[in-house]
Design a protein around this ligand. Structure first.
Ligand code: NAP
Length: 542
């Protein structure tokens, strides 16, 4: 590694998950030199960190993948509808192996700072070991939901047993058979983890602050017929994702609304779709679930009734009932046996939101206002600082040494989640104010856009791209305007990470572009076709 004005690489990316792999592919295809660093000891991003029992994708396998190679899409074989973390990891190894990506990846290397050198027009990347490395274009591929949130409970360091965040599951595995396990949090992670842990743990206690709307996953094996059908229609599947409001291969919009459908017919359609599982229930039933408050209420009531059908104890059913916020103001998890697990004798729920707030950790467990709970293991399934966490954890300094973390103190501003004013030649993959959608779809659209911009700079002799402050202000205003019209804007009432409302030290904010992933992808394309009017290109640095 060196630090002269001729950069070590054209492109450096941090993060070797889907975004890092896509970056290597598209950068190499454009003839750019590219290198990706990751602090983990493996590629995989989310799937290398989240190894908790039951961890699996909530997108269906056949569109939860990279699409740049038709051969790879035909060759890879999924075993189930929602692949487990290790199957996802195997898939990513398959991509890295088959595309000979390993020479472009350095693992076990934490980047401790990234600084823009205005005179040279380069980014200087420094590792935790103190080595530096330079690039013309710096890409954050660190993941949208990767920086854990560890709540600041009193006495947390007192607990004598293992206590860790769900995304930092011990690499050597954890023997929880017969043990007493406490899980703090009841979001998507816990919904996946509980049923698996309950099978062998001595007792599992879930500490729930807010009950969730949960939809059925309906896991199923990949059959030869289904696989053949998928593989015969990949072009259509890719086009569906590209043109869908959430980047998923769903058949929507469906052209009907709850508001204009007779109530009995609404219930019939809901009943018909419920057993199909996945987020399809939201998108393939009616088009107004997420926009019309009354339609949302009707859908929410149906979801609550169906999801709790199997919970026998009425008191427990009431505790598990989401109240006081619209369906989808928090991202709904998918159920692989979460509610059924509560019928077991070795599973219990503690309502720390309404009945007995958590007071402190003790040497042997957790104390609430009503008593002590003893555990051998405590899992903090307490979520993530979404969209901005990873970029803020790493000191990234732009013009005049401005820290990205400071710039985002009140407003997490960007241009389409990719560019940030005052941070020349920095590109974010799925940064703040990008949509929330099927991640591989968004990642690929972002990386294609980023590489198109870099290609233009190289081909036309530009050294620097300066994101324009007025374009950033316009995107921030546009995103806020759309956000204010959605039911998701009520997420600040219930600690929704979709608004950063899960962070104790930060004000809730607009983090997501809710104008539709498809609309957003169109905007990226229009921008690239128009020569990237959101940025000012300069021929000379300095
Ligand atoms: P989450 O949905 O944010 O849930 C965190 C849980 O911890 C919530 O129940 C929250 O309570 C609780 N919590 C946080 N701080 C707390 C505090 N100080 N006191 C008490 N309770 C506290 O996090 P997650 O389950 O890790 O999921 C985050 C996102 O990651 C998901 O929405 C999803 O997008 C992604 N994810 C995806 C998958 C998948 O696709 N397969 C799986 C897991 C996660 P409140 O609800 O009251 O805030």
């Amino acid at each position: 590694m060196s630090s002269n004005t001729q950069p070590d690489y054209d492109v450096i990316g941090i993060g070797a998950g889907f975004a890092g792999l896509a970056l290597i592919h598209y950068a190499r295809e454009a003839g750019l030199s590219v290198h990706v660093f990751d602090k983990a000891d493996d590629i995989g991003g989310t799937w290398t960190w989240n190894r908790y029992p039951g961890a699996a994708s909530d997108s269906e396998c056949y569109y939860y993948c990279l699409t740049f190679s038709k051969e790879l899409l035909q060759e890879w074989r999924w075993s189930v509808r929602y692949p487990s973390w290790d199957e996802n990891l195997s898939y990513m190894h398959f991509v890295a192996d088959r595309c000979d990506m390993w020479p472009h990846i350095t693992l076990n290397t934490e980047i401790s700072r990234a600084d823009y050198d205005e005179t040279a027009g380069l980014w200087r990347i420094t590792t935790a070991a103190g080595e530096t490395c330079t690039c013309r274009y710096f890409v954050s591929a660190m993941g949208m939901i990767s920086e854990p949130v560890i709540p600041n409970f009193k006495g947390m360091d007192r607990f004598k047993g293992p206590c860790f965040h769900s995304s930092r599951w011990p690499r050597e595995g954890l023997d929880y058979a017969g043990k007493r396990v406490g899980i703090i949090g009841s979001g998507a992670t816990t919904v996946q983890m509980l049923p698996v842990m309950a099978e062998t743990a001595g007792h599992v206690t879930v500490f729930q602050r807010t009950a969730n709307f949960v939809m059925p996953a309906v896991q199923k094996p990949m059959t030869p017929e289904w696989e053949a059908d998928i593989k015969a229609h990949y072009d259509e599947i890719i086009a569906k994702c590209r043109n869908h409001v959430f980047g998923m291969a769903f058949d929507s919009p469906v052209g009907r609304t709850i508001a204009e459908t007779p109530p009995e017919e609404v219930q019939r359609i809901f009943e018909e779709h419920w057993p199909r599982g996945s987020f399809r229930f939201v998108f393939e039933t009616f088009d107004d679930l997420l926009s019309n408050p009354e339609s949302n209420r009707i859908a929410g009531e149906f979801v609550i009734r169906k999801m709790l059908e199997g919970v026998k104890d009425p008191v427990l059913r009431d505790k598990l009932t989401p109240k006081g916020y619209p369906f989808f103001a928090k991202r709904p998890p998918l159920d692989h046996g979460f509610f059924a697990a509560f019928n077991r004798d070795n599973v219990s729920l503690v309502d720390i939101g309404n009945e007995e707030p958590l007071v402190e950790f003790t040497e042997t467990g957790v104390r609430t206002t009503k008593g002590d709970y003893d555990f051998d293991i405590i899992v903090l399934a307490t979520g993530f600082q979404a969209y901005t966490g990873a970029q803020e954890a790493l000191p990234i300094r732009g013009r005049g040494g401005l820290l990205l973390r400071d710039k985002w103190e009140d407003v997490s501003s960007s241009i389409m989640g990719v560019f940030v004013a005052e941070f020349p030649n920095l590109f974010l993959v799925t940064g703040p104010q990008a949509p929330f959608a099927n991640l591989p779809t968004s990642i690929e659209q972002n990386v294609i856009y980023i590489i198109d911009c870099i290609r233009k700079m190289r081909d036309e002799g530009y050294a620097v791209c300066n994101p324009r402050a007025d374009a950033e202000a316009a995107w921030v205003a546009h995103t806020a305007d759309i956000h204010a019209q959605t039911l998701m804007a009520q997420g600040d009432k219930v600690h929704s990470w979709m608004m950063g409302a899960n962070l104790e030290a930060r004000k809730p904010r607009v983090l997501i572009y809710f104008g539709g992933a498809n609309v957003y992808y169109d905007k990226l394309r229009e921008s690239a076709d128009a020569g990237f009017p959101e940025v000012a290109f300069e021929r000379q640095a300095g």
